[in-house]
Design a protein around this ligand. Structure first.
Ligand code: ZN
Length: 310
């Protein structure tokens, strides 16, 4: 069993509208936009990162906005719900805040002994706020949500699968242990993880496969401390038969990717060097940042990308 993985690093999804997406995650959810850059593999598309005060690993929700992309349809073989951590006693505040912003919410429910408030983001992507005792990350209070109520980063994510067997085995190899079960959902956790260390696996043998589109999670990334730990994980995954990409420099972290047996794309990302690598931490996410390999294209990229009003 590997011990290098500490929980989630980030979750990356797709959206059909950069402006609507930006407004929802910054103004409604109160997260900090910690980076405005492009998809390094397709630089005519933004890559927007929202997180806590410093974009700590385990707090970062990211989006590729594809203008006018059609909505995905939910199903198996994907991450169905991303779980954010908030402090105890704050779900009433959140229910009211979300309703005022036109987001439909039901009553809080209790799952795995935790109070949870579920809602959909503008592309239909599913999220839940979970009340937890202590949250590892420092929240951002610069967007109208006070520190007492602000989102602390991820608690975890829910994967929906037709057959959970091979993925359960993989998660345990990656350092997760089954800790609870509720109906068709098994919860896995990493002891001593980074707080974003729960993965719920929901097995739905008869559900249709998901069709990816706006509102779908593209991949989830797991956090390792540094490049040495990442190479150890890469070797261990390859030795057990997974097809893993070479290490790719994403400027703010190094990444490797592999497709899991259940169909979900996993990434392993390093905590180093972080989002203050190329801009002052007081001004994270304000300017359009391009990786070196695309800097020469800046005038063309800036003309192509729709401006985002903050
Ligand atoms: Zn990623």
């Amino acid at each position: 069993m590997l011990t290098q993985i500490k929980g989630l690093h980030h979750v990356t999804s797709m959206t059909g509208n950069a402006q609507v997406n930006n407004d929802f995650f910054t103004k409604t959810l109160g997260l900090r936009r910690v980076k405005k850059t492009v998809n390094f593999d397709a630089p005519d598309v933004y890559h927007l990162y929202y997180g806590d005060a410093q974009g700590s690993p385990g707090s970062v929700m990211t989006y590729f906005p594809f203008p006018n992309m059609g909505r995905g349809s939910a199903g198996t073989g994907e991450v169905g719900e991303s779980l954010f951590a908030v402090s105890r006693g704050t779900l009433g505040y959140w229910a009211e805040r979300l309703q005022k912003s036109g987001v439909a919410v039901g009553n809080p429910t209790e799952e795995f002994g935790e109070k949870r408030l579920s809602f959909a983001a503008p592309d239909g992507d599913r999220f839940a706020l979970i009340e937890v005792d202590s949250a590892a990350n420092a929240p951002w209070d610069g967007n109208g949500v006070a520190a007492a109520e602000a989102i602390h980063g991820f608690h975890g994510a829910t994967m929906r699968l037709r057959d959970g067997g091979a993925t359960a085995e993989l998660l345990q190899f990656m350092g997760y242990s089954p800790v609870d079960r509720q109906g068709p959902v098994t919860r896995y956790a990493i002891a001593g993880g980074n707080g974003a260390d729960r993965i719920d696996v929901e097995v739905l043998p008869n559900a249709p496969r998901a069709q990816q589109g706006a509102g779908s999670v593209h991949h989830i990334a797991f956090a390792v401390e540094n490049r040495a730990a990442q190479l150890e994980v890469r070797k261990a995954l390859m030795d057990t038969g997974h097809q893993v990409t070479p290490v790719i420099d994403r400027d703010y972290f190094w990444a490797i990717y592999f497709r899991t047996p259940g169909g979900v794309l996993f990434e392993i990302a390093t905590n180093e060097p972080g989002f203050d690598r190329d801009e002052d931490s007081a001004h994270l996410g304000e300017a359009l940042k391009l990786p070196r390999q695309h800097e020469a294209l800046r005038p063309r990229i800036e003309a192509l990308l729709p401006p985002i009003r903050d």
